[in-house]
Ligand binder design. Structure first.
Ligand code: NAD
Length: 321
């Protein structure tokens, strides 16, 4: 069995490798070659922790396994550890034997950033120049850094509920040599691409904040009750997602579907666009919206990729198990 500790991931995994792994797995999901298992998420009644499993099997890539972990809200204050903790376990699909154990914290950030970037690659207008960020927390920096590689962006604009956090994303823009401007939500009308990545339970981005032709990637809503955008925006947009079942139950589409504004059939798998079985964007003034809910197969795909990199670079720890 191979172990790739969390401390090795930053040196091993690249944004390009994460992007490729996520794009490929979204395609496999839409082709019916890969499927996610039902998610388990429990409040364990200890340390206020939420713990669970996200697993799946990719028949094409022969990747089987799960990500175990969750959220420990007291970690940072009392133990100087980050609050989100996860580990990926991979198994040999031919025998069921444990194959690898991989640190999942940084990989989660990278696979989530890769998902919105894959959506930008396949759905944003080619001439997109302004990218807008709604959110400026930990994950926002990853989303922005990777998104900037998808188009020739000339400017970053940002809004955050807590304005004191905006320097987090300004720093990413500056490092990429781009100007940054803090805006009101109405200012998002200037953006050609918008990424929302907040932990909000109420809509921030309204339908009239978004101009025709914009691509919106909603990445924060991954639980019942969370919400980042007005449901009317989904009604105006062509909606894509990683997995339809998650989108309508725990993703951003839960609200628009719940209010009867759209139906399950209006939500399309991004993998179908990747595979060429859905046309994706069809006009320059169409609004496209990607509801990125985060699936276990994304975690397995990037973990399998980092195991390959660790083996190739002699950094994998092998144990007899
Ligand atoms: P974080 O705590 O670092 O940042 C939270 C962000 O939400 C900040 O920008 C904060 O200002 C904003 N926010 C908080 N309350 C708000 C409110 N009431 N209205 C609007 N904005 C508000 O968290 P993070 O690590 O950046 O994660 C952000 C979200 O992304 C979380 O909800 C997390 O569960 C989700 N997430 C989703 C995926 C996925 O695959 N879709 C993966 C990782 C994280």
């Amino acid at each position: 069995m191979i172990i790739v500790p969390e401390r090795e991931i930053a040196d091993l995994m690249t944004r390009e490798a994460a992007f490729d792994a996520v794009e490929k797995i979204f395609g496999a999901m839409a082709a019916g070659d890969a499927y996610n298992f039902p998610v388990v998420r429990e409040a364990i009644g200890h340390e206020d922790a939420l713990y669970g499993f996200k697993g799946g099997f990719d028949r094409a890539g022969l990747t089987l396994g799960l990500k175990a972990g969750g959220y420990w809200p007291n970690n940072l204050e009392t133990k100087n550890l980050i609050n989100h903790q996860s580990t990926v376990f991979l198994f040999d699909p031919d025998t069921g034997r444990a194959k690898a154990m991989v640190g999942g914290n940084l990989l989660t950030a990278l696979r989530t950033a890769a998902a919105s970037s894959v959506s930008i690659k396949h759905l944003a207008r080619q001439d997109a120049k302004v990218i807008g960020m709604v959110g400026a927390g930990h994950q926002a920096t990853f989303q922005l850094r990777q998104a900037l590689e998808q188009r020739s962006f000339e400017k970053v604009i940002g809004w955050n509920y807590h304005p004191d956090m905006l320097p987090n994303i300004e720093k990413v823009a500056t490092e990429a040599g781009l100007p940054f401007e803090a805006v009101e939500l109405s200012g998002m009308a200037e953006a050609d691409v918008i990424i929302s990545i907040t932990s909000s339970f109420n809509a921030s981005l309204m339908a009239d904040h978004v101009s025709p032709g914009t691509h919106v990637a909603c990445m924060g809503t991954d639980t019942i009750g969370k919400q980042e955008v007005e449901p009317a925006l989904l009604q105006k947009a062509t909606v894509f997602t990683d997995e339809v079942a998650q989108s309508i139950s725990i993703g951003e589409a839960q609200h628009a579907v719940g209010q009867g504004l759209i139906s399950e059939g209006d939500v399309h798998q991004i993998g179908a666009v990747i595979n060429g079985t859905h046309p994706g964007r069809e006009s320059a003034d169409q609004i496209t919206l990607f509801d990125g809910t985060g699936v276990g197969l994304q975690d397995l795909a990037v973990a399998a990729s980092v195991v390959d990199l660790a083996v190739a670079q002699g950094k994998a720890i092998e144990v007899d198990f």
